[in-house]
Design a protein around this ligand. Structure first.
Ligand SMILES: NC(=O)c1ccc[n+]([C@@H]2O[C@H](COP(=O)([O-])OP(=O)(O)OC[C@H]3O[C@@H](n4cnc5c(N)ncnc54)[C@H](OP(=O)(O)O)[C@@H]3O)[C@@H](O)[C@H]2O)c1
Length: 290
């Protein structure tokens, strides 16, 4: 069993969570659409995550849709009292599996109720507002209208804490004038470093930064640097990528996604991997090769 405690903890809303968590998106069918290929295997991944000490799971009712939330409920309810389930709203799925914005007050309210119903909860611990001005990356524009709706749902007691996803620093500043923001979830990894300054700013303010695609999108040159470093350390490239994120800043919480118990164990073992300053220097080459 890996000792994920070694990666330390950080505050997420009203809880202190371990910095290595789990992202449930990969549990839905191909393209995050429809049921999993193997239902029992999906339940086993979730149960293993909690057995290994994971206390932070990322999900959304638009994964499937409804699929990952129902799997989480089936596998884990009644939930351990220290488990923080973070969900997100702001998108819906087309009949072809496309990702579409869903920002009207009705759609946002319905999404909160769908998450509550499918997870079997009376209050959602953390809800990220996933901005969809551009599906593939942050794009400027006011988030006041949808965030005000989410803040009202929080005031009614349906949501404990609010986060933002796929946002710019301008939008985070705007958001913080409307509601307390406890976490930001953007794309970031060893090779995709656009949020470097933002992460440091959020760390100073005690706000968690939760990178999505922590393992994704390395080009062949980057992959070969990662593989060389990993081989030298007796680790896997994915473990090195995760260990680098843990070293990068204290407010980074990891939610690597996998549909495999083997990969889950491998990823959680990254908590035990120490990277020397020399290795960190070598890994800077990965970002340069972007
Ligand atoms: N806010 C947003 O817009 C947004 C967008 C995307 C994702 N997310 C969240 O972020 C979480 C993480 O993102 P992600 O799952 O898309 O990407 P990821 O964690 O970067 O990578 C997942 C991919 O890597 C593979 N993988 C995982 N561990 C591996 C290992 N040890 N060795 C080899 N391959 C491995 C998985 O395949 P296997 O299943 O075969 O292991 C899967 O294809 C998601 O689960 C979701 O909760 C949020």
């Amino acid at each position: 069993m890996s000792n994920i405690q070694q990666a330390g903890t950080f505050t997420l809303g009203s809880h202190t969570v371990k910095r290595l968590g789990y992202g449930a998106m990969q549990l839905a069918g191909p393209g995050v659409f429809g049921p999993p290929r193997d239902h029992d295997a999906a339940l086993a991944v979730l149960r293993e995550a909690v057995a290994q000490g994971v206390d932070h799971i990322d999900t959304s009712d638009f994964y499937g849709p409804h699929v990952t939330n129902r799997l989480i409920r089936q596998a884990l309810a009644p939930y351990p009292k220290d488990l923080v389930i973070v969900t997100k709203i702001g998108a819906r799925r087309g009949t072809d599996g496309s990702w579409l914005p869903a920002f009207s007050p009705e759609a946002l309210t319905q999404a909160v109720h769908d998450n509550l119903g499918n997870l079997g909860l009376e209050v959602l611990d953390v809800v990220n507002l996933r901005i969809m001005f551009d599906t593939h990356g942050p794009a400027e524009g006011s988030i006041e209208a949808p965030l005000t709706v989410l803040a009202e749902l929080q005031r009614k007691g349906l949501v404990r804490h609010i986060g933002l996803s796929n946002v710019t620093s301008t939008q985070i500043a705007e958001g913080r004038r409307i509601a307390e923001i406890v976490c930001v979830q953007n794309q970031y990894n060893l090779a995709h470093r656009g949020d470097d300054a933002l992460i440091d700013d959020l760390a100073r303010d005690g706000i968690a930064y939760v990178p999505f695609f922590p393992l994704g999108g390395f080009n062949p040159l980057q992959s070969s640097t990662l593989s060389d470093v990993a081989q030298h350390l007796g680790a896997t490239p994915m473990q090195v990528a995760l260990a680098w994120l843990l070293r990068r800043a204290p407010n980074i919480l990891l939610i690597p996604g996998t549909s495999s118990v083997g990969h889950l164990r491998e990823n959680l073992s990254a908590a035990e991997l120490e990277l020397s300053d020399d290795v960190l220097g070598e890994l800077e080459g990965v970002a340069m090769a972007a």
